[in-house]
Design a protein around this ligand. Structure first.
Ligand code: SF4
Length: 422
């Protein structure tokens, strides 16, 4: 099955002078937000610089990175709200609070990932929900609405709806999105199953921002084998095509296994992603959890090196300037620590357990206790990420005493905040 784009892509990759122009716009905007948060120009400049430096460490380079435009908004990744928007401003105010406390409203959590069903027609090799698949769903649509609303009331930038396959429950997905958009952004993690043109348009109309579609190989048979379904590739390819027509932000998610990892495969995959007109490609390292439990799937140091080199090259080389933006959480986790475990992102699995992340299934709490009021969202603590550390209690600004910024270093701030949340 060859991919053929039969309509103009809904998203454009922004690079070159347009990206530079956007960068100036952004810097001015960040300064405006900083000045509304801090009393002095000096403090505002320091905080903006700290954030820019932190982002450079996360991305792995100082050069401007390309970004994507869909409709009238610019997107830097599926975990950052589109710019310009009030959601983006609140996201930035929250990030500023990590470098210097202020009294402007901030989010308690940036992203809530919540599995809304355990139903799924696929049988993927790496599935982290394997033990929960196709069991009875713990929550009704109304209960899910209630839980998400609690997080939104405490301050939340984005909701990522996952599963199982969330699009098996189209009505539920649309109802959840309608309840919170546009103040909160909604993304859907999907294999592409049930992502027909009609459903893509329904998602857009309900207020969804985008979709993150799993595609684990550029070759059809390889992807189908990995996903345990002869139709998996068709689902993913058609899902991308339909999402483009509906005007949704599109990201691909790729689990980079030992078998896949070669420069040839990475290059072929990048070419396909460009041809499909997606904005982002997320590179995920396999973890020995779920269906992969007790398997030797962890990448070796030489494989990680190859992947890191590719990630930096494809995002910086002028040769690839109009390619999708590549994201690699493993890269920044090794440098700045984990951003999940309540430190920006939290995961509720399809059995209703609150986990540090989809891979670290530590079952820190049960989301049912949010329903009866025994647990408040601001009191959730998953413990630190077992692999990369830095898990922090989610925070609300009013809990933190006002203090001057004493350090420009992100690690210094993390240390300070860990002490405050003890
Ligand atoms: S990884 Fe996702 S699509 Fe695959 S079986 Fe698990 S829930 Fe289904």
């Amino acid at each position: 099955m060859n991919y053929r784009m039969n309509s103009k892509p809904a998203q454009t990759i922004i690079y070159g002078w347009k990206r530079k122009w956007l960068d100036w716009r952004l810097k001015i905007h960040l300064m405006q937000i900083a000045l509304s948060c801090y009393k002095s120009w000096h403090e505002a400049i320091q905080v903006v610089r700290s954030l820019v430096r932190f982002k450079q460490t996360v991305n792995g380079h100082k050069n401007l990175r390309r970004c994507a435009r869909t409709g009238s908004r610019y997107y830097f990744g599926p975990f950052i709200p589109g710019f310009p928007s009030s959601c983006f401003d609140r996201y930035i105010r929250t990030e500023f609070a990590r470098f210097g406390n202020h009294h402007q409203p901030v989010n308690n959590l940036q992203v809530l990932q919540i599995a809304i069903t355990s139903r799924c027609p696929l049988r993927c090799e790496h599935c982290f929900e394997w033990d929960n698949l196709n069991k009875e769903d713990p929550f009704s649509t109304e209960q899910l609405k209630y839980i998400i609303r609690k997080f939104r009331e405490a301050g939340l930038a984005q909701v990522h709806l996952t599963g199982g396959e969330p699009l098996i429950k189209m009505d539920r997905v649309c109802e959840l999105i309608r309840d919170g958009a546009p103040e909160t952004e909604y993304y859907i993690y999907t294999s592409g199953c049930n992502l027909s043109l009609e459903n893509a348009r329904r998602l857009k109309e309900a207020g969804a921002t985008g979709v993150i579609i799993s595609l684990d190989h550029h070759a059809e048979t390889e992807h189908n084998t990995f996903r345990g379904s002869e139709r998996a590739y068709e689902y993913a390819i058609n899902g991308v095509r339909n999402s483009a027509k509906a005007g949704l932000v599109m990201a691909l998610s790729l689990c980079v296994t030992h078998r896949f990892l070669s420069l040839y495969n990475l290059d072929q995959y990048a070419r396909l992603a460009k041809k499909m007109g997606v904005s982002f490609v997320q590179l995920l390292e396999p973890k020995a959890t779920g269906h992969y439990a007790n398997s030797a799937v962890t990448l070796r140091p030489d494989e990680i090196q190859l992947l890191e080199n590719f990630y930096q090259y494809i995002n910086q080389s002028p040769r690839y300037r109009n390619y999708p933006v590549f994201l690699y959480p493993g890269y920044h986790q090794r440098r700045v620590g984990c951003m999940m475990a309540g430190n920006r992102i939290l995961y509720i699995d399809s059995a209703g357990k609150i986990d540090a992340c989809p891979f670290c299934q530590n079952h820190a709490a049960d989301a049912r206790t949010l329903l009866n009021g025994k647990l408040q969202v601001t009191d959730i603590y998953t413990g630190p990420c077992p692999e990369f550390g830095t898990g922090l209690k989610t925070f609300a600004a009013e809990k933190l005493p006002r203090q001057k910024t004493t350090s420009n270093s992100y690690h210094g701030e993390l240390k300070r905040k860990s002490m405050l949340s003890e």
